[in-house]
Design a protein around this ligand. Structure first.
Ligand SMILES: [Zn+2]
Length: 433
């Protein structure tokens, strides 16, 4: 669906009511009682207009693991969730550690055409943590990589981390760290604490995340480079980031929707949909993460969308894969955890789910104001809707969502990417044509 579109009666970030005219890929006009000859009129009365969401942490699984997800199916999940851009993590097969692979990823995203797919490059060759990948070549490639991560693995060697931080400075890049000390988490099955002791499962202690974050913010300060910390999960991590920011260190941090709403109590049922890395933590961690996001210590919400086929999840807890899908549910979970609780308002949601992730990743054309002359990248959200999250809400290839069967507020009604409708009245537009 393209051509000129006239959306009637949206609320800009939950505030002023306006019409939006989209033409030639841009927001051509905003205002009340607009009209334009030949435009298709869409009743969007009362829907909240947000800048298209930007996910700094998505696993698209292609190339190599297409049984879990492809760039196309992941793009569908993203559009359905209100996203117009996703950053694709490099733990594919082959690993995205060269200009060739990141350019292939970029081309797959362009071919799917539903969201901007911005590749993330690996920090080390094969994500093995032994020697630096071709960071400069990936930065200079057509994929223009600015975010580098070995996500799934921690860049554990402090000298390699230092060199990576030094290297990316020259092109304004950032290292996104999966903070997990590998020795302290060997064999870990869940959060280390009261529940793990009761269940007799090997624990993943908070200190394994916090020790790496403490080291890395000091390295970032020493080098004078940008550090981004992926999926904060503990109260102590929030304290460390707060300390580092006060000190003026160039660090940013993300939290996942699931760490804002789920706790390790859920592990008691041994349902592997709740198995994720870093693991679900305690109630007091959830509270600290919410407070950190509300007071700006944590900069963004990122999904860590991690699709897995049924056989990787419908097995016993110990052998199940880590990860949850999250693109389709993220905005609704943030609505429940942060907006309904009064911790964030809709302009804050626009900041933590669109503007700031675009800025951290140096992605132009996204996270922009919803104003005349700006790129038409936005989503329209019905905050008065609610419903049980079900299989029909999942638009990617995998079904490993922890929210199936749970009631969640809200619903994404429309998503517009590059001036084209990708979601029309709650349905993927490509399915309608
Ligand atoms: Zn990770």
């Amino acid at each position: 669906m393209s051509g000129t579109l006239l959306f009637r009666g949206v609320r800009l970030e939950g505030g002023p009511v306006t019409d939006i005219i989209v033409a030639d890929g841009t927001i051509a006009e905003t205002g009340t009682a607009l009209s334009r000859a030949g435009a298709r009129q869409i009743d969007a009365d009362g829907l909240i207009a947000l800048p298209g969401l930007v996910d700094l942490h998505t696993h698209l699984r292609e190339p190599g693991y297409e049984a879990s997800e492809t760039v196309l199916t992941g793009s569908r999940a993203a559009a359905a969730g209100g996203y117009t851009a996703v950053f694709a993590m490099p733990n594919t097969s082959p690993v995205a550690d060269t200009a060739g692979v990141v350019e292939q990823e970029l081309a797959l995203g362009d071919a799917a055409g539903l969201v901007t797919v911005q590749p993330i490059g690996a920090v080390t060759v094969g994500q093995k943590g032994e020697r630096l990948a071709e960071l400069g070549a990936m930065a200079a490639s057509r994929a223009r990589v600015r975010v580098f991560s070995d996500d799934g693995f921690c860049v554990w060697d402090p000298l390699i981390m230092r060199r990576a931080l030094e290297y990316v400075k020259s092109f304004d890049g950032v290292i996104a760290q999966h903070a997990q000390d590998p020795r302290l988490t060997e064999g870990a099955q869940m959060n280390e604490g009261r529940v793990s002791a009761e269940l007799g499962l090997a624990g993943w202690p908070a200190v394994a995340e916090e020790a790496i974050i403490a080291r890395d913010v000091l390295l970032a300060e020493h080098v004078g480079s940008r550090l981004h910390v992926c999926h904060l999960s503990t109260a102590g991590s929030v304290d460390l980031i707060r300390w580092a920011k006060r000190r003026g260190i160039a660090v940013t941090a993300e939290v996942t929707p699931h760490h804002l709403i789920l706790t390790d109590e859920l592990v008691r049922g041994y349902d592997a949909r709740y198995k994720v890395n870093p693991p679900l933590r305690r109630d007091e961690d959830v509270r600290a993460l919410r407070e950190g996001l509300a007071d700006g210590t944590i900069d963004i919400v990122a999904t860590d969308h991690a699709p897995h086929p049924d056989e990787a999840k419908s097995c016993e807890w110990q052998s199940a894969a880590n990860g949850m899908v999250g693109l389709e549910s993220a905005l609704r979970v943030v609505h429940a955890a942060m907006v309904e609780t009064g911790l964030l308002d809709w302009p804050d949601v626009a900041r933590v789910m669109s503007r700031t992730p675009a800025r951290i990743g140096r992605l132009s054309g996204h996270g922009r104001p919803l104003a005349e002359g700006e790129p038409a990248e936005f989503t329209l959200y019905d905050d008065s809707a609610s419903g049980v999250f079900g299989e029909a809400d999942l638009r990617g290839r995998s079904r490993n969502s922890p929210y199936l069967g749970r009631s969640l507020p809200g619903r994404v009604r429309w998503t517009v990417h590059g001036g084209r409708v990708t979601v029309a009245d709650g349905e993927l537009a490509e399915a309608l044509t």
